[in-house]
Design a protein. Structure first.
Length: 211
């Protein structure tokens, strides 16, 4: 049972990623529409609760990215399934929140979401979808994945920071500062470039090596 714990945490990260991103979108939608189910009571309480859950879900999910790997090594529970699921869970966590950011920005702006934001998000998401499909097709049962490269680890770290920044800045009232928005967009582009770089590196490596 203990040896299954790392994979359980990885699956939990996927569930939290989807649930947290949905909660963020629903929180924003209710905040501007106020059309919430009557049984939920006060709209501000309902939207605030969902927003808190969204932030908490991301923090917990991001923490499991380190914890499941640590447990897998500590329990000698590394597996081909874990090696396949772990990077997929990371991608879902980042991509789900980034797509919700795009939806929110598109509705909140008269001119829609800026191309400076939409373009790098699409690069990140499409790259992740493509590489996930390649990994799933090329994955060989029972074959141990090669270690994650330093560039892939850096990409994941920067992607987590980019995804977490709005969750910190907006509740703290910092979202109106131009330099913070510009810094976030800059980090978003850096993430997109790292994603492309690691993606090309992945294609030059063995199919079972992680990206």
């Amino acid at each position: 049972m203990l040896k299954a714990l790392p994979n359980i945490l990885t699956v939990l990260r996927i569930i939290l990623a989807v649930a947290g991103a949905w909660a963020l979108w629903q929180s924003y939608f209710w905040a501007v529409d106020y059309n919430i189910p009557l049984w939920l009571g006060d709209a501000s309480v309902a939207t605030g609760s969902l927003a808190v859950f969204s932030v908490s879900a991301f923090v917990i999910a991001a923490a499991t990215d380190w914890l499941d790997g640590w447990l897998a090594r500590r329990l000698s529970a590394q597996s081909a399934l874990g090696a396949l699921l772990d990077p997929i869970a990371d991608k879902i966590l980042v991509d789900a929140y980034l797509l919700v950011y795009v939806l929110i920005l598109n509705l909140s702006s008269e001119n829609g979401v800026s191309a400076y934001i939409l373009a790098p998000v699409l690069v990140i998401v499409l790259r992740d979808v493509a590489l996930t499909l390649v990994r799933m097709v090329s994955n060989k049962p029972g074959h141990e994945a090669l270690p994650v490269s330093m560039s892939a680890k850096l990409k994941t770290l920067v992607a987590f920071i980019v995804t977490a920044l709005p969750l910190i800045a907006i509740p703290a009232g910092l979202g109106q500062h131009t330099w913070i928005v510009e810094a976030w967009i800059g980090l978003l582009w850096i993430t997109a470039m790292l994603s492309l770089g690691t993606g090309l590196s992945y294609l030059r490596r063995k199919p079972d090596q992680q990206a």
